[in-house]
Every structure is written in structure tokens, then in C-alpha cells.
Design a protein. Structure first.
Length: 544
């Protein structure tokens, strides 16, 4: 008798809030109307929470892969719920091994954020012995520098919240949401994090996160793995020049040293404005792109939990609730949307240059803080920042637009890197109270008039959008919300033009990648982009 085995994936499979792993098999039997012998190995591949049922408890929604050990198809299968899988293996294939550099110089990777780290690791595992350079410090040194900045406003322009090992995402919530359709490379990145110490839950959760404290342990482990594979890492080393001859990259300058190379993965992040200026001066084509600016809004986390979970707010399997809110354009007000929600976290000041300040959110792994925060941002288009002579190139006008807001925020905050802050109700009524709440997540804050910081179209949109946007959070009061300014670096204002091989068309061998390239956004999509760039570099070394 033939042993029939088929792999199935069952989607939209709901389980109660208190379910145990041992309950899944019996629940599957009921759902598929089968007996125990017809189901083999079971693996949960995705899990999310659904709290939309009015008056009912939230439920978990699973996607489950299983062995179907029967010659007949499930009796109650639904077209949209069951997939028949041809192969169990969805892992990306290992990089082709390059026993030597074929007479070429080793590749250089600039930037140790998710794009640069994954690109360098992939190149190292291919045997290309890459050199990874990072302008900031290693995680341990950088953490000390950032703590000093938070407590005393002492800024190190080269190693800070935005620059250094781990990239800007190191001091954040560590959100690993993957909206890319490139599931294979996305899985490869998450598997790499797990191998470096991340919890395996990130492979299953629909909206996984790590937290800054966990990231601070994982990133050095990833660097060590890169070094063990033959890569070299240099910290406190800034890119200062590109050597391009007849449209081909021949080398890079780091500090005062020239390094000969035919391949450079440029993964410097969207805050390295000096790199954009260097590219412009070197004739590398850039273009201005849309981005968004706004504020960071803080609420008591308990109020968010009750609004989202209702009477189940204290359930141990729920944790701190999140939200995602949007508002479409209305009359003269633009669209507005929440971004980078940090439950149980803190609002933090960020700076990468003297006299300029921006905001961000940060959470630890436990997400146990008293407050939750999210950016509420308004789209900005190139028409909003026409190029001026001082921009040097029209593509850099968005950088000037950001910088003007950040310089105004620095002044409004007292010129000591304290964040400007304002009660939401004051902001809505065009006034500024002399005192901020006694309890808030960012103690180095100062009451400020946001009209002195943000353009009128941003303020007008926020005033129109915020009250109705918060309405779905039943029980959350406008009086409980605190705003911080200004949120300016949600994405890059510049896109580096590249061809199908991920290279600059006027500097063959230069591979822009990650958020700074303008082709990715967020930790996971940046890591995926770094892997793509590394694969393109490997192909270039394979050619004669």
C-alpha cells in the first residue's frame, strides 16, 4: 500500500486566547474533519492576534503547516484556507563559494546597519573576505555614548543614536514586521538573528520585535559570525571619498586612507547627509523622493491596552497593545498616518550633527513602560521643498527641508538637546502651557510652540487629523496625550539611482543598499536589500 503524504498549509486557523500547544492537533482534527492518523507533523508558521470581535475575547489566528497522511483531500477544505505545498524547503540557497578573488580586490561594505551587516555576512560566507567600515563605534561603546547623550545632552557626532554598529534601528523597538514579498530573503534574515541569539518566536509572530536590550546582544554576535567567516570590521572609520574612473568604481577613501576596490556596498542609512553630498559631488545620480514629517505622540500604555483589549487588557498572553491609525486627505488637510508604534516604551531625542534635533521611539523587549508612543506623520512631496542654490543639487533639497525643522527643534528645546513637547490639547488650541505632566517618558523635554518648528501645512494637518484618528481608541482622552517634536527621519528624502544589478549606472561597482539608498524602509526590508546587493556583488566577481 502506498504511503500517501502531502504537505498542507492551513490559513486562518483560530485558537482561543488560552490555548496550549497540545491543543492544536485536536483542533485541527475538528477543523479538517479527520482522525488523528491522517495528520502527521505539525508546525505553526505564523501567528497573529485578532481583537475585532465586539464583546468577545481576542483570538489567535494561526497558519499551520502539516503532513496530510491520506490519499484523499481534507473533507472540509476551503479554497482560500488550504494550500498544497510542493516543497518544505523555503530557505535561500547558500552563496556560491569564491575560492579566490579572481585577481580583484576584496569588496568594501560601508555601514553596519541591517543592510550592511547582512551584505557583509553574505559576502564573507561566499569567501570574498569583505571589509566592513562603520563611522560609529561598536555596540558597547555606542551604548555608553547614547546614555550620556540622553542624560546630559553630550553629543558625539560620529557615534550616536543614529550612527554606529546596528544602525539607527539599534535604539528603537526592534520591529521586524516584513511587508516585503521577498519571503525567502526575509526568512533568511530572521533565521540569522535566531542563530545570533534572537528568540525563535520571531519566525512565527506576524509582528515580531526584539527590543533595544535584546538587539544590543544580537548585533555583536552577528558581527562575530561575520568575522569568523573571514570578514573584517573597522569602527570609527568614515567614508570620505569615491574614486570613479570612466564610470567605474576603482576605490574608496576612508579617513585619509585609500582602499582599492571594484565593489562597494553603500549602506550608510538615511541620516548620513554628508554621504549624499559626496555622491552628488562625484557625479552619482540622485533624485528627491517623498517622505514624511510630524510629531511623536505619547499616551498611557494602560489606556491603549484597554482600548484595544477591553476587559482582557491584563491577560498575560496579550502584553502591551499596539495600534496603527490612518486618515485620508480631507479638504485642505493632507493624509496622516501613525508610524513606528512603540508600546510600553519611551520617546527619545536623536541627533547626528550639532545644533539639530529629531525624535524617535524606543522599547525594551518586555515593553513594560508606562507609556506607548507612535509617530504621527504627514506626507511631504518634492514640490514642498523646491531646490535652492545652497542645496548644491536639487535632489538634496529634502535634506535641507529636514535640517531646517531639526535646527528649529533644537532651538525650541532650549539648545541643549532637550525635546520640544506640548500637550495635545494645547497644540489643538494654539497655546503652550508652562508645565508638562510630571510623568512622561522623556524627562529632558521643554514646553514649546510647534508652530515655531513645523511648517504650517504639517501643523494644520495634524490639528485636523489627530482627534478623529484617536477616536477608535475608545477611552483614550485627548487630555492624556503628549506630543514631542519633531519626527523627521521616518524615511530617506533622497533616492540613489541604481540599475537592475543594484549598481549606480555612472559608477559601476557601487551598490547602494538599505534605507539610505531610498529603496528600502525598516529593519527587515533593509536587510533584504543588503542581501540582494551582496548577491549582485558575487555575480560581478563571477564574471571574467
Amino acid at each position: 500500500m502506498t504511503d500517501h503524504k502531502t504537505r498542507l498549509r492551513l490559513n486562518q486557523f483560530t485558537m482561543p486566547l488560552d490555548y496550549k500547544d497540545k491543543d492544536i492537533r485536536s483542533a485541527l482534527m475538528r477543523r479538517l474533519d479527520c482522525n488523528e492518523k491522517q495528520i502527521g507533523e505539525i508546525r505553526v508558521v505564523r501567528r497573529s492576534l485578532d481583537a475585532r470581535a465586539k464583546g468577545g475575547a481576542p483570538v489567535f489566528v494561526l497558519s499551520v503547516e502539516l503532513e496530510w497522511k491520506s490519499p484523499s483531500r481534507p473533507k472540509r477544505s476551503l479554497q482560500h484556507d488550504i494550500e498544497f505545498l510542493e516543497s518544505k524547503d523555503t530557505a535561500i540557497t547558500p552563496p556560491p563559494q569564491m575560492p579566490n578573488l579572481s585577481g580583484k580586490n576584496r569588496p568594501v561594505v560601508v555601514g553596519a546597519g541591517p543592510a550592511g551587516l547582512m551584505a557583509a555576512l553574505w559576502l564573507a560566507e561566499a569567501g570574498l573576505s569583505p571589509l566592513l567600515i562603520e563611522r560609529g563605534g561598536p555596540t558597547a561603546d555606542r551604548t555608553k555614548q547614547v546614555k550620556s547623550f540622553f542624560k546630559r545632552g553630550k553629543l558625539c557626532p560620529e557615534s550616536n543614536v543614529l550612527f554606529g554598529e546596528g544602525g539607527a534601528g539599534l535604539f528603537s523597538d526592534g520591529k521586524l514586521t516584513n511587508r516585503s514579498k521577498d519571503h525567502i530573503r526575509g526568512r533568511q534574515f530572521l533565521e540569522t538573528l535566531v542563530q545570533c541569539g534572537a528568540p525563535r518566536d520571531i519566525l512565527v509572530e506576524a509582528e515580531p520585535h526584539l527590543g533595544t536590550d535584546t538587539l544590543a546582544q544580537i548585533i555583536p554576535a552577528l558581527r562575530r559570525r561575520l568575522q569568523e567567516a573571514g570578514g573584517e570590521v573597522q569602527f570609527n572609520s568614515r567614508l570620505t571619498g569615491l574614486h570613479i574612473e570612466n564610470g567605474v568604481l576603482r576605490g574608496v577613501t576612508v579617513g585619509e586612507d585609500t582602499i582599492e576596490t571594484e565593489s562597494c556596498v553603500l549602506a550608510t542609512g538615511h541620516s548620513a547627509r554628508d554621504v549624499y553630498e559626496l555622491l552628488s559631488q562625484s557625479g552619482v545620480p540622485l533624485e528627491a523622493k517623498p517622505f514624511a514629517v510630524g510629531v511623536r505622540l505619547e499616551l498611557p500604555q494602560q489606556h491603549i491596552d484597554i482600548a484595544q483589549w477591553g476587559q482582557w487588557a491584563c491577560h498575560p498572553r496579550l502584553g502591551a497593545a499596539t495600534f496603527r491609525l490612518t486618515r485620508h486627505p480631507v479638504q485642505d488637510a493632507r493624509a496622516c498616518y501613525s508610524f513606528c508604534m512603540c508600546p510600553g516604551g519611551s520617546v527619545i531625542p536623536c541627533a547626528s550633527s550639532k545644533g539639530a534635533l529629531t525624535s524617535n521611539g524606543m522599547s525594551l523587549a518586555a515593553r513594560e513602560g508606562k507609556f506607548g508612543n507612535a509617530a504621527f506623520i504627514v506626507p511631504v512631496n518634492p514640490d514642498d521643498f523646491p531646490a535652492l542654490p545652497q542645496d548644491g543639487a536639487s535632489a538634496l533639497a529634502g535634506c535641507r527641508f529636514q535640517a531646517n525643522i531639526e535646527q528649529a527643534a533644537f532651538i525650541a528645546g532650549g539648545s541643549d538637546y532637550s525635546l520640544p513637547a506640548c500637550l495635545l490639547t494645547d497644540f489643538l488650541h494654539g497655546q503652550v502651557s508652562s508645565q508638562l505632566p510630571k510623568e512622561l517618558s522623556c524627562p529632558r523635554s521643554r514646553p514649546s510652540d510647534f508652530r515655531d518648528i513645523l511648517p504650517d501645512f504639517v501643523c494644520d494637518t495634524l490639528i485636523s487629523a489627530l482627534p478623529p484618528m484617536l477616536q477608535p481608541l475608545n477611552g483614550v482622552r485627548l487630555e492624556d496625550a503628549l506630543l514631542y517634536a519633531a519626527e523627521t527621519r521616518s524615511s530617506s528624502p533622497v533616492r540613489i539611482i541604481r540599475n537592475e544589478e543594484c549598481q549606480s549606472p555612472t559608477a559601476i561597482g557601487l551598490f547602494p543598499a538599505g534605507e539610505g539608498s531610498g529603496h528600502a524602509g525598516g529593519i527587515v526590508s533593509s536587510a533584504i536589500d543588503g542581501l540582494r546587493a551582496a548577491e549582485a556583488v558575487i555575480r560581478s566577481y563571477s564574471r571574467p
